[in-house]
Design a protein. Structure first.
Lengths: 161, 161
DNA sequence: TTTCGATAGTTTCCTAGTCAACGAAAGGTA
DNA sequence: TACCTTTCGTTGACTAGGAAACTATCGAAA
């Protein structure tokens, strides 16, 4: 051919492809397990985070879950409607709110955590313990790299050259 | 307390949590890069697969991409509307269709692949080459485990006991 | 040859998230 | 004190995918 260009990379040569592929399947399976308890994956994450911290502002939750404030607002509304979360006014800031678990929400967490454990086991049970540790270390390293980069708000994520 | 139960597993102890966390960020970044070219991540995957195989039936595409036939139908419709994919009748089966790239679609693939390369580099550049290989090996192993399990259509994915 | 179950793709409704605009409250500056 | 920018959360429009029902076609069996 008259014009040459670098070979087009394979779909399967992209780590992003494999990550999405595996994550989608793991999450879809987890979503099906949770569906039986009437919560979504994102709702589970909120419940579990609230179990740890007691109460949180929606804005902080949005940061922690890397979602928009609009999404968190709707998510919180659904959890309130399900009676799993309480929405309180922030006494220190009239604009703000405080989210906390209800007794019903708190009671659900152990069972949902067991579903997460089982789902993890179903997908990662094919890995040796050392492989699991290594996968977690690599994912944390990537996540940390993203967090660190994101901390430098003055510049967007850029390709390493 | 009067009633004891096993400790509730940490959110961060679940590999599924880390996978979703990292995958969402990688995909969201990739989606933003692709947005400049007017295609979504899923559309890119279709274009790239068609580059390899030439033509494919929507049903096969649904299997390969682990999406429903309804989603593929809409996805194909969008790509046809964008002039990137042609939809032909299957001469061997009146029900079926054949999807193939248009010249415009084929021309876009190298540039989109370069965006995928750059996105991968941005997120996985913090990994040593050996770590990248290991991550890919682990993800493929998990994906293969899922594929194998999925092949046994007679039984759903179950937790390993 | 006819009938019926299976297959292929479409379409409608629903869900969940993003985006952007909005209103209310807070804080800093003139 | 007043004004303006920033912050907090909400809401409507939109997107993309899943679920389920639908239509058209195919193939096997009676």
């Amino acid at each position: 051919m008259a014009v040459s260009h670098p070979p087009i990379s394979d779909l399967e040569s992209h780590l992003g492809y494999w990550l999405r592929r595996v994550s989608n399947d793991v999450s879809a399976s987890f979503a099906r397990r949770l569906d039986g308890e009437g919560v979504t994956v994102a709702e589970w994450v909120v419940l579990r985070m609230l179990q740890d911290v007691g109460e949180v502002a929606p804005g902080r939750l949005a940061e922690a879950m890397r979602m928009t404030r609009g999404a968190i607002s709707k998510l919180a509304e659904r959890l309130v409607a399900k009676g799993l979360v309480d929405r309180l006014e922030d006494p220190a800031d009239g604009r703000g709110q405080i989210l906390a678990l209800t007794a019903a929400g708190r009671a659900m967490v152990p069972g949902l955590a067991a579903l997460a454990d089982a789902n993890d086991a179903a997908f990662f049970g094919c890995l040796e313990p050392a492989e699991r540790s290594e996968l977690e270390r690599l994912l944390r390293k990537i996540a940390t790299g993203m967090t660190w980069t994101a901390c430098r708000r003055t510049s967007p994520v850029q390709p390493t050259v």
